[in-house]
Design a protein around this ligand. Structure first.
Ligand code: BES
Ligand code: MN
Ligand code: ZN
Length: 486
């Protein structure tokens, strides 16, 4: 989709040539400054009870009198914040759905400080509305007619809006990549396929991408990662992708994504109901690759390293068994008490590998625990970090990106639960505080750098009729990475 800025004043909307004009109205009364035809249409809709200045209200008007546009939609947003403007735009697009509008122009009325954040939020809504998964369902209706959106703003805001649109477009492409990877079934999106996708990104954006096979991973000594991979006939991969926007001497930000392309639970097998959703267990990998794409497009002045350990988690004759003890790359031994706690087993070795980059900070992203879904539901991702500055930066990025996350505790007291009589640690801690003990497990591998962990088990995908990958937390991560360049 093509999303651009155009300098048009609110009192000239009537002369604008487009298939649909969508006017987002902030505040609780009629905004001033509209041209007389648009104003008349609005007054009339209000007078007849078709429209109210209340968040969520929309009205669709066909062939409005005195306007060049064939369709006119008013969408009320209440507060003039990027978040509410985004929601109003989404409902406005909903009112136009199926109507064949190719070019939609959006105006913000009653919003005094239109800026980059509004522009970015609008791109996100447009991109969300037009994404359709078709790879294994070519019969699905192609993305609607919507091909072009112009955001109307005055000349003063043009520069900020254009920058916001560029950021929004790059993030939207990253989100779409993450959704597409997540939605592809486990027999399509294999570790090998993720490796190929990373290579493709590398070619497109001039990035250094290395994809290691089982032999190379063995040579590194990633005993914990390999333990998970040994139960599967599908070979594992370890992806190392690097973006350089600053001198090589500058310490990079490192992102690590959990890439379980299918999680059966292994010998500690999961119940079969909804097991299909475990194809999304590579949501962390998808989001760090999506973020890499967004960052490579925006070219900030910093260095970024993306690490993805990827494998299936299968039961089989060679699969790990409860009670098995493995040696991680760090040298620490792990008693695998539950083979379904596999995410931490592949991440811990990638976290140790991250040391070699002498990172400025490391953030891992994983659909790690069902316990996080119980704690936070599907709205906030879980954020864990002992570093207040890093946690603060991630929370700020989350707010700016409209991609919510919530900080969870990480006190040493929780470590007790991971004690084992047969190894340096067990891989599970029991039901209580399951998201926290999982983070505590990872923490044992991160002593050498500043580190944070995002548990996206509740936010990376949706269940029910809207089943599918969300592309989260690409917006949060992209904002975070950009913030580290400043
Ligand atoms: N991939 C799952 C976590 C998950 C569960 C994500 C539900 C999304 C929805 C992870 O590998 C897992 O199975 N975790 C176990 C850990 C337990 C064995 C300590 C869980 O959450 O049940
Ligand atoms: Mn699991
Ligand atoms: Zn898993």
């Amino acid at each position: 989709m093509d999303f651009r800025q155009q300098s048009v004043a609110l009192d000239a909307l009537d002369s604008l040539a487009c298939d649909a004009l969508l006017v987002i109205v902030a505040g609780d009364k009629a905004p001033g400054g509209l041209d007389s035809a648009t104003q008349r249409a609005l007054d009339d809709a209000v007078a007849h009870g078709e429209f109210e200045f209340k968040r969520g209200k929309t009205v669709y008007l066909h062939r409005p009198q005195g306007l060049k546009a064939a369709r006119l939609v008013f969408a009320a947003c209440g507060a003039a914040t990027p978040k509410s403007v985004k929601a109003a735009f989404a409902s406005g697009l909903g009112a136009l759905k199926g109507g064949g509008s190719k070019h939609v122009a959006v105006a913000l009325a009653g919003v005094t400080d239109v800026g980059g954040a509004h522009a970015e939020a609008l791109v996100a809504a447009a991109s969300d509305a037009s994404y359709v998964y078709r790879h294994t369902k070519p019969s699905a209706p192609a993305a609607g007619a919507l091909a072009k959106v112009t955001l109307l703003s005055d000349k003063a805001a043009a520069k900020a809006v254009t920058q916001g649109l560029a950021r929004g477009n790059a993030i939207a492409a990253g989100v779409t990549l993450a959704r597409e990877l997540g939605n592809r079934p486990g027999n399509h999106c294999t570790p090998r396929y993720l490796g190929e996708q990373a290579k493709k990104l590398g070619r497109e954006f001039g990035l250094k991408v290395e994809v290691m096979d089982r032999k190379a991973i063995e040579k590194l000594g990633m005993g914990s990662f390999l333990a998970v991979a040994q139960g599967s006939a599908e070979p594992p991969r370890f992806i190392v992708a690097q973006y350089h926007g600053a001198p090589k001497t500058q310490a990079p930000v490192v992102l690590v994504g959990k890439g379980i392309t299918f999680d059966t639970g292994g010998i500690s097998i999961k119940p079969s109901a909804e097991m299909d959703e475990m194809k999304f267990d590579m949501g962390g990998a998808a989001s760090v690759l999506g973020t890499l794409r967004a960052v490579a497009e925006l070219k900030p002045k910093l260095n970024l390293v993306v690490l993805v350990p990827t494998t299936e988690n299968m039961p089989g004759g060679r699969a790990i068994k409860p009670g098995d003890v493995v040696t991680s790359l760090s040298g620490q031994t792990i008693e695998i008490l539950n083979t379904d706690a596999e995410g931490r087993l592949i991440l811990c070795d990638a976290l140790t590998y991250a040391e070699r980059f002498k990172p400025a900070c490391v953030v891992d992203v994983a659909t790690l625990t069902g316990a996080c879904v119980i704690a936070l539901g599907h709205h906030h991702s879980g954020l864990f970090s002992a570093d207040d500055k890093l946690a603060g930066d991630l929370l700020a990025a989350s707010a700016a990106a409209l991609d919510p996350c919530w900080r969870m505790p990480l006190d040493e007291e929780y470590e007790e639960a991971l004690k084992s009589n047969f190894a340096d640690m067990g891989n599970v801690g029991g039901r209580a505080g399951g998201a926290i003990t999982a983070a505590m497990f990872l923490r044992k591998f991160t002593a050498k750098y500043r580190w944070a962990h995002l548990d996206i088990a509740g936010t990376a995908w949706k269940s029910g009729t809207a089943k599918g990958a969300t592309g989260r937390p690409v917006p949060l991560l992209t904002h975070f990475v950009l913030s580290q360049a400043a």
